[in-house]
Design a protein around this ligand. Structure first.
Ligand code: S3P
Length: 170
């Protein structure tokens, strides 16, 4: 095993953190963890329902706990929720101790992907302008990632290969 650090995928909802993360993990024969799935499995309730019943602040607390716990693993591919990097503690831990990849897309592409999502409470309850403002605000946080992958015009396999090339240099 080459690397002890975790490979962490960050970026907006719809940026492909889970699908690219799982492709990379398969190729490198590493374990893959999707934090949204972990939260749903732990609480036995869908994220949409957590937002409805308990509110976003509660979701963020659980997201922080589970994310920090999973980051203690080694050599694991982890895809974070789109809002996780707004959390100072998570962001600092990832930036300091892990190899992180921001899957960066044109705002318009992301908007098209998420605006009709039925499982993403933030996308469901925001206007297009609010989502664009959110993407702009979050870009400042995402830009702290170790690597930025410009994904527009790339296939999933091409994105995966870029990540693997970077991994191999580390
Ligand atoms: C969120 C993104 C979602 C999920 C939750 C909140 C966000 O994850 O964590 O709905 O704040 O952007 P994905 O980025 O995997 O969709």
């Amino acid at each position: 095993m080459k690397l002890k650090k975790n490979l962490v995928f960050i970026g907006m909802m719809g940026s492909g953190k889970s699908s690219i993360g799982s492709l990379v993990a398969n190729k490198l024969k590493l374990n893959f963890i999707d934090i949204d799935n972990e939260i749903e499995n732990n609480l036995k309730i869908k994220i949409k329902k957590i937002f409805e019943v308990k509110g976003e602040a509660y979701f963020r607390k659980i997201e922080e706990q589970i994310t920090l716990k999973k980051l203690k693993l080694c050599s694991t591919v982890i895809s974070l929720g789109g809002g996780a990097f707004e959390n100072n503690i998570i962001r600092k831990e990832v930036v300091k101790n892990h190899l992180s990849f921001w899957l960066k897309w044109d705002y318009k592409i992301l908007l098209e992907r998420i605006k009709n999502s039925r499982k993403r409470p933030l996308a469901m309850n925001s206007t297009e302008n609010e989502l664009i403002d959110l993407m702009k605000k979050r870009s400042n946080f995402y830009s702290k990632a170790s690597y930025e992958i410009k994904c527009d015009n790339l296939t999933k396999n091409e994105i995966m290969n870029k990540v693997i090339k970077i991994y191999e240099k580390n």
